[in-house]
Design a protein around this ligand. Structure first.
Ligand code: MG
Length: 297
């Protein structure tokens, strides 16, 4: 079975023909939000419908990190190594402090409840950027079906705690990732559920605390993007219906990692930040690449 599909010949140097796309664990319902903790040598990820965050440790396998998880979805780490989580169930973004206590970063805007924060990144200045589509409140599958109070915006919470809308013209903003030098921010728009609205990856120019631009950067085919990450050369790695696609900084498709289940999210980790972890429907996969991921912290 082929693990890779080379589109641009340069992609042949990004992957290794003898490195398998390996299933690390299975038996979940819908996995998302992988985040690597090198200091603890483990991967955390969400199993959203089962309301839990799982932990995978090399050699030791699977254990439960947190249950209930308030139907947590996307995760990242801030520059102090703390876990930042998007919770559908409590409609909020939280930080898990080093002593285990939970701090609420954001749960409302303009006096109205957030929808269901989906994915989050932290910039080097400590600001927290997250998307707030309505997926987690549309049904009872990945949260609690409830009334939408705010448009599907993207927000920034500054180091001073001030919260602003940074994208207000997306259908459903979803995954997001800064370029290595943080001059660009890539934002996925997955469109409205159950409609034909456009699905694409947009690219914005980062102006410290706000964004300009926002052109369409790439349209994933087949399927659509959800979670995205960048490597140190600025290539964008994105989920797609047939696996993970690698897109060059100029927007052209370099190649694909083929995965046997529908991929949601990805993250880099491992000993040399060269291991790509892939959450895909009922399982978690990984593959060693000849690339280094931009990994936080
Ligand atoms: Mg997502």
């Amino acid at each position: 079975m082929a693990f890779f599909e080379v589109v641009d010949p340069a992609f042949g140097g990004f992957v290794m023909g003898n490195a398998p796309v390996k299933q690390l664990a299975t038996g979940f319902d819908w996995t998302e939000g992988p985040v690597w903790f090198g200091d603890a040598n483990c991967l955390l990820f969400s199993d959203i419908p089962n309301n839990r965050i799982m932990r995978w440790t090399p050699g030791a396998g699977i254990s439960t990190y947190r249950a209930p998880s308030n139907y947590a979805n996307g995760h990242t780490r801030d520059r102090e190594g703390r876990l930042i989580s998007c919770e559908h169930g409590m409609r909020r973004v939280t930080r898990t402090e080093l002593d285990g206590s939970i701090t609420v970063i954001a749960d409302s805007f303009d006096g109205k409840r957030l929808n269901s924060p989906n994915d989050v990144v932290v910039k080097s200045d400590g600001s927290i950027w997250f998307t707030d589509p309505h997926y987690g409140i549309m049904t009872n599958y990945e949260g609690f079906q409830s009334e939408q109070e705010l448009p599907c915006n993207m927000y920034r919470v500054g180091p001073d705690g001030q919260m602003t809308v940074v994208v207000d013209d997306a259908n459903c903003p979803n995954g997001l990732a800064f370029s290595p030098d943080e001059s660009r921010l890539y934002v996925v728009d997955t469109g409205r559920m159950f409609t034909d609205d456009p699905q694409h990856i947009r690219v914005f120019d980062v102006q410290v605390d706000h964004l300009t631009g926002g052109d369409v950067f790439h349209i994933i085919n087949p399927g659509c993007a959800d979670g995205i990450r960048v490597d140190t050369d600025g290539n964008l790695w994105s989920s797609a219906a047939d696996g993970v696609h690698c897109i060059a900084p100029d927007g052209h498709l370099m190649g694909k990692i083929l995965v046997p289940e529908l991929v949601s999210n990805i993250c880099f980790g491992g000993r040399a930040k060269h291991q790509l972890f892939i959450t895909a429907t009922t399982s978690v996969y990984s593959v060693i690449l000849n690339r280094e991921g931009v990994q936080q912290p």
